[in-house]
Each structure stands twice: as C-alpha cells, then as structure tokens.
Design a protein. Structure first.
Length: 490
C-alpha cells in the first residue's frame, strides 16, 4: 500500500487523538518488530537442449550434460537444471498498537502497519516492491453489548481470511447469542490491497474494477458448553455486474460429551451449489491418565472464485481420516499420528493403468527433558501415495540456563519424490538459533541454517544447496490500562 492510501487512516487517527488531547485516561500499548532475512540458493531453471548433443542411455533415458531431457513432437527438447548461486537480503518492520482514551467512552484505535525494504541481492523478495501495507487500521466504539468498527479490518472464519475497508456492527444478547454484520471494499486474499491493484506489475490480467464484500454472522451458546456459529458472505463487482463469490459456513464446538471435546465445521459454495470442505474432530483427554486421543474425519474440496475459470473444471475432493495419540508425564512426552486419504473419481479417460487415488501418512515424535536446562525434541514424518512421497526427520537440542536466554541447535534430513523438488536425492540440513530477553520489553531472536543436497537422479541432479539466516528484534511500548508502574526491570 502506498503512503497516499494510508492517508485516510492516518488522518482519522490524528483527528481522534487531537480531539482527545484533554482526556485524562489516554493510553497506548503496542509493539514494533524489525526482521531481516538472508537467503542464498541456486534456483531451478528451464533450458533447451540442442538435438545434436543429446545422449540416449540403453534404458531409453535421454540426457543433456547429465540432465534428463523431455522431448515432444514438434517441440524442442527441454530440461530443468540449477542456475548460478543467487542471494538476497530483505528487511521488514511491523508496528502494531491500540490507543484508547480518545475523548469518548469506549473509543479506541487499532493499527498494524508493515514496511518492507530490499536491502541487497540478485533476486527480488516477494512483495518487496510494495513498501508499506496497512494490514489493520480501524476505530472501534464499544458501548455495552454493542461494538462498532470502522476502517481496515479482517475476519477469520471457516471461510478463511477476508480483509475489507468498511464497517462492522456486533451485538451480544443477554441470552448468550451474538450477531454481526459487516461490509466494505474487498481486499485481495493475504495481500491487504484492493483486488484491482494488488498484483499490478506481476500479472497481465487483472480485474478492471474493485469488489465489494458483505457478510453476516450469528452464534449461540447452548448448554453443555456448546457453541454454534453460522456465517454468510458475498462478494460482488464494483458496478454490480457480476458475482465474485457467495459462500456460507457452519461451526460447532461442544463439551457435552465431556471429557470428549467435539469440534466440527462445514462450508458451502452457494454459487456452485456444492459442499466445500468439512471436518469433524473428537478429542479425549483422560482426567486421570496422561493420555490424549484425537480422531478427525475430513473432506476437502478446492475453492475458486467466480472471477477465475478453474472452478468450472470440476475440482476433485478427497476424504481423509486422521488419528493421533499423545502421552506425557511432565518431563517426557511422546506422540504418534497416522492417516489415510482417498480421492474421488475424476471421470477422466484412462489410457494406461489407472492412477493411484489414495495416500497414507505417519508421524511420530517426542520431547525429553535431559536436565534442568536441556530439552531434546525429535520428529519423523512419512507421506506416500498419489502425487508424491516425503521422508523427513528432524531433531532439536535446546539449552536454556535462564528464563531470559536460550540457544538451540538442530538438524534435519528429508527425501521427496516429486517433480521440480529434489528429484530422488536427499537433503541434509542443520543450524543454530538463540533468543534473549534484553529487557522486560525488548527481545532478540536470530539464527542460521545450512542445507546440502546429495543428488540421486530425477528432474534435478545438481545440488540443491541453500544458506539462510534471520534476525528479529521486538520492542513493546506503552502500558496496560490502569497500571501505573512501568514493566521495565532496568
């Protein structure tokens, strides 16, 4: 977001703050985080192989300079190889705060602003060409059971993250029911920009106008610590000439079967008149035994807006069953999980042997307190079936001699059979990190990681090596409402 688009929010905040200059209970509380990331890698690139330099092995494999080549009739032969080493360094500054005491009872202002900068490097970090974004910037008025917000907001629900510039009104009834209505200019998903501006300069085809979002939410709390929530959301083009999306969701959570906790959700694509994703989870945590059991049944169907053509290609849903068992005794904890996934029929013609339509997964891990200041974590994961294979493990050793300081070293190894990944090779990695609480309101974290690839055939045989580093400094400012003593210790 450009500074000019931030002007309305900054002006509104300035007017609120200025009008409250004589208020007795003014306050502000927030945080600022400075992050720097460094990445060194060799990107995968597509190349064209000259026909007179191709080498055919006895098994029929065609290669060019050691790389496997694919040739199509009437199309030149192509291969994927690793390019020259490139690096980049990127910085970001996040500032979030809430201010109150603005001259009117119950009035506050909340803001979350992100600034980005490309510090150096050969390639462009995603979104680094967008220097400033206002992720949140809204004024809120709370009066009894009523809450009104005006400005840039975000909703999180079974329909995902939805951002908009507009207003929302919420009311809580004494009968333990809540209703909410909201609407305004729709923002592109996860980009905090209007739809017709978010991807300017990156893609050739953009919506030629803005979109508007309207929605509503209702929830009720029932006996047995049960809550039910229903949401409806609709997006239309700015000139009301077309529909972008129309969806609804239902969420349920309950302790009626205590000690079993039940959570479930389902969403519907009203425009296509079909059920989207849904899940039902049962979790048992024994009151006397240090054991927890969790079972989940899930259906997932990809969702596409009406502004794209992908939703009309009849995306296929999958059904999944997952289970998890965990145990802990204070100093030690172990867990294991597994699942099975099956895809629905694609109704596509079968030319050769039918493709696999299921997949399996298994995970296991644990945590062990070796001594008062030492902790060891480990995890292993195995996925195989339709579309790919993953074999991954990692371990972390942490040393925390004091509450305000800690260091960690870790290692990882993984093997993944999937096109455009690491072929049939293996990758080993390791690194170290530290975190330190410099004061009660200042904390620093940083680390470095190195990955080394051992080729084993497949699409990319060259080394998939990477070096990564990061640092983050977080500073809190302001005080809690009604607290007169600062939190600083020194």
């Amino acid at each position: 977001m450009s500074p000019s688009r931030l002007a309305p929010f900054i002006l509104a905040f300035g007017l609120l703050a200025g009008g409250a200059s004589n208020a007795a209970a003014q306050g502000v509380r927030g945080w600022a985080a400075s992050t720097v990331q460094y990445v060194e890698l060799r990107p995968v690139q597509q190349g064209t192989a000259p026909g007179d330099e191709l080498v055919e092995a006895p098994d029929g494999t065609v290669t060019y300079q050691g790389q496997r080549v694919r040739c199509s009739v009437g199309v030149s032969c192509t291969y994927y190889g690793v390019g020259e080493v490139e690096h980049t360094m990127h910085g970001a500054e996040d500032v979030g705060f809430t201010a109150w005491g603005l001259g009117m009872e119950g009035l506050s202002f909340t803001g979350l602003v992100r600034a980005r900068a490309r510090l150096s490097g050969d390639f462009t970090w995603p979104r680094s060409d967008d220097p400033v974004d206002a992720i949140l910037a809204y004024a809120q008025l709370q009066r009894g059971p009523w809450r009104v917000r005006l400005g840039r907001q975000e909703t999180l629900s079974g329909l995902g993250f939805s951002g908009f510039d507009g207003a929302s009104v919420r009311h809580e009834f004494p009968s333990r029911a809540t209703i909410e209505a909201y609407g305004g200019r729709s923002l592109a998903r996860a980009l905090s920009e209007p739809r017709n501006q978010a991807l300017t300069g990156l893609v050739d085809f953009l919506p030629d106008q803005e979109a508007w979002l309207i929605g509503g939410y209702a929830s009720v709390r029932l006996p047995g610590q049960t809550s039910v929530g229903l949401r409806y959301q609709r997006e239309i083009l700015g000139d009301r000439s077309g529909l972008v999306s129309e969806r609804a969701s239902l969420d349920v959570s309950s302790l009626w079967l205590r000690p079993v906790t039940l959570t479930g959700a389902v969403d519907a694509d009203v425009a296509f008149q079909r059920i989207g994703k849904s899940h039902l989870t049962l979790r048992y945590a024994g009151p006397a035994l240090p054991v927890a059991v969790e079972l989940t049944a899930r259906r997932y169907l990809p969702y596409f807006e009406l502004s794209t053509v992908w939703g009309f290609f009849s995306p296929v849903a999958y059904h999944e069953v997952l289970g998890r068992l965990s145990w802990t005794d204070g100093r030690r904890s172990l867990w294991a999980a597994g699942g099975w996934r099956v895809y629905e029929e694609t109704d596509a013609p079968v030319i050769f042997d039918p493709l696999e339509d299921d997949a399996w997964q298994a995970q296991a891990g644990g945590t062990l307190s070796l001594a008062q200041s030492w902790t060891l974590d480990g995890e292993y994961e195995l996925l195989w079936g339709a579309g790919g294979f993953l074999n991954s493990s990692e371990a972390t050793l942490r040393y925390r001699p004091a509450d305000r300081f800690g260091v960690a070293v870790y290692g990882t190894a993984f093997q993944q059979f999937e096109e455009f990944r690491i072929g049939e090779g293996r990758t080993l990695g390791g690194g170290a990190s530290l975190d330190a609480e410099l004061t009660d309101r200042m904390r620093f974290e940083g680390g470095v990681a190195v990955f080394r690839h051992a080729p084993g055939g497949g699409q990319v045989d060259e080394k998939w090596n990477q070096l990564r580093g990061w640092s983050a400094l977080r500073i809190e400012f302001g005080g809690e409402p009604g607290r007169a003593v600062p939190r600083y210790r020194r």
